[in-house]
Design a protein around this ligand. Structure first.
Ligand code: CO
Length: 223
């Protein structure tokens, strides 16, 4: 019987065979255990696939994706992913990855109604409101959009750091850093937003520094 998704299934077999050719024990090894060092919290956008854009194979990144890479304190899905990654997998890095050209962020700026998702995007709306003086000072619409994508990643890092899982990990001396990135669809480059937090004490100064850094960047990173 042919599946309506036969093209995908065929590609899967070709990919699997190619992986085995490269490394005959690849699947055998992975099937036994995953031990990723990274938790990726990114946007659901199909153009921002976690392992592919940092050129890592399966098994290297634990992934949580949702519309506009939001970390909400009441989202059981995201909190569970963080808890599992930190407590069980003992990842060493959590990376919040925003991306320029994010449709969710754009919808917030345009105050466009999309449906149920507007309620989710209200979290990004809160970020926009928090930083309204900075955003209002930017005339160029593209740059304002880019800045909100960056601010959103930075604010979500703050939310990650404030979870009980991350606070407890630092408290017991577990090695764990939280980072903010923003990926460009225009050239495939990741812009490191300069936020690398590995202790509770480092959080506030790193946040302030990242914001300062943004206000000094008058251009789009991919221009
Ligand atoms: Co997006």
């Amino acid at each position: 019987m042919t599946s309506p998704l036969q093209d995908l299934l065929d590609s899967n077999r070709v990919w699997s065979a190619a992986m085995r050719t490269q490394d005959p024990r690849f699947f055998e090894r992975l099937a036994q255990q995953q031990s990723p060092k990274y938790l990726w919290i990114g946007c659901s956008d199909s153009r921002v696939p976690a392992t592919q854009i940092v050129d890592l194979p399966p098994g290297e990144i634990f992934v949580q994706r949702n519309v506009a890479n939001v970390v909400s304190h009441t989202d059981l899905n995201c909190l569970s992913a963080i808890q599992f990654a930190v407590d069980i997998l003992k990842v060493e890095h959590i990376i919040v990855v925003g991306h320029y050209g994010c449709g969710g962020v754009q919808a917030v700026l345009d105050e466009r109604r999309l449906g149920l998702v507007d309620n989710w995007l209200r979290h990004v709306g809160d970020v926009a409101q928090k930083h309204s003086p900075l955003l209002a000072s930017i005339d160029l619409m593209d740059l304002r959009h880019a800045r909100l994508c960056e601010l959103n990643a930075i604010e979500q890092v703050l939310n990650v750091c404030h979870t009980t899982m991350v606070m407890d990990a630092w408290e017991r001396g577990q090695k764990l850093s939280v980072h903010a990135w923003c990926y460009s669809l225009a050239n495939g480059h990741i812009n490191d937003l300069g936020m690398h937090i590995d202790t509770r004490a480092a959080l506030a100064p790193a946040y302030e520094q990242a914001l300062q850094r943004l206000t000094r960047m008058p251009r789009l990173p991919h221009d």
